[in-house]
Design a protein around this ligand. Structure first.
Ligand code: FE
Length: 340
């Protein structure tokens, strides 16, 4: 230390590159789950690196990254939608992932072929159906929800929701825009009520007898079944899980990832890489599945007990960047078919 010229020491104290100030990592996160706090606390306990989180919706965070440009303090952008990661990447807000990030246990269908984002967990957009009023043999695919037999029986949230926009983007990628419009029209005609509420509310509506089949994200069923609120548990128990599009010539069930990218100008790059590798570790992946009922991206980590009971399913292996690429078209399909 005593050999260092004085001016270097002065510069270092001015720019903050002493250990204390650089032991941080800054996240811009769209995730809204309790499990994240557990993860970051464990990481800090392990490494001494403090995790700062700015929470907002994905579009606002992307806007903020854009406006801050080279001055941004963000190290990592986290989203619950591959489409928003694709959007951030297409706006040149993310940097190529370092080779130090350990993705070898992640199936290739979940990875970004451009290596600009990495998945943390995945979730399926599934069907749940009333145990009292639907026989499982009546269900088949997302597409078949437009059959007349479901008139006044389908429950789903509004089209402004990112989960539905991603689903519609996948329908467009798989069936073309005309096929998607026809499907959307059919679903709208079969709705039990005008779209409202979140995914949990659709399950509660089945329990209340307002409809028979709902489109929801898989982990919400785990959250309802494990809820301390009696009413939520009962709603979870009133339905069963169905993975659509499992037939031989069908696409597989639509999934989306929750994932992250490293911000273009990440000031704490090394800490960001450490955090990412921690979140991808078996330990952290187990924490996700146990607390949030999402699926692990690590092939060796089994789902939670509740989720295991639903059995295995084949996922739609569509390149997940399509969930961003077809987003505009998806919104247009919703608008033209009056999916509120
Ligand atoms: Fe959610």
């Amino acid at each position: 230390m005593k050999n260092l010229p004085l001016y270097i020491l002065i510069i270092c104290s001015l720019c903050g590159c002493n250990n204390k100030q650089s032991d941080i990592v800054n996240l811009y996160s769209q995730r809204h789950y309790k499990v994240d706090e557990i993860q970051y606390e464990k990481f800090t306990a392990l490494t001494g690196i403090k995790v700062n989180v700015v929470k907002s919706n994905a579009d606002e965070l992307i806007e903020r990254l854009k406006n801050e440009g080279a001055d941004s303090q963000a190290d990592i952008f986290i989203s619950v939608d591959a489409g928003k990661l694709q959007k951030a990447a297409s706006l040149d807000l993310l940097q190529k992932l370092s080779d130090d990030i350990k993705t070898n246990e992640i199936p290739s269908t979940l990875l970004d072929k451009n290596n600009l984002w990495v998945p943390l967990t995945y979730r399926a957009r599934i069907l749940v159906y009333s145990n009292d009023r639907v026989n499982v043999t009546e269900l088949d695919s997302y597409e078949s929800l437009s059959d007349e037999k479901w008139k006044n029986r389908i429950l789903v949230r509004s089209s402004s929701n990112a989960y539905n926009q991603a689903l519609m983007a996948s329908v467009i990628a798989n069936n073309g825009i005309d096929g998607a419009k026809k499907w959307s029209q059919g679903v709208v005609e079969n709705l039990a009520r005008s779209p409202k509420g979140n995914d949990r509310d659709q399950v509660k509506a089945i329990y209340a007898g307002l409809g028979d089949v709902a489109i929801v994200n898989s982990y919400y069923i785990g959250l309802l079944l494990s809820s301390e609120k009696d009413e939520e548990q009962k709603a979870g128990e009133a339905v069963s899980v169905f993975f659509p599009n499992q037939g031989e010539n069908q696409t597989g069930t639509h999934i989306n990832i929750s994932g992250l990218g490293i911000a273009k100008n990440a000031p704490n790059l090394e800490n960001a890489i450490k955090l990412i590798n921690y979140l991808l570790s078996e330990e952290a992946q187990k924490t996700y599945v146990r607390n949030s009922y999402e699926y692990s991206v690590n092939k060796n980590v089994m789902p939670s007990e509740i989720v295991q009971k639903w059995g295995d399913f084949r996922i739609d292996s569509l390149d997940l960047n399509n969930l961003g690429i077809f987003r505009k078209d998806a919104i247009e399909v919703f608008e033209t078919t009056n999916w509120k």
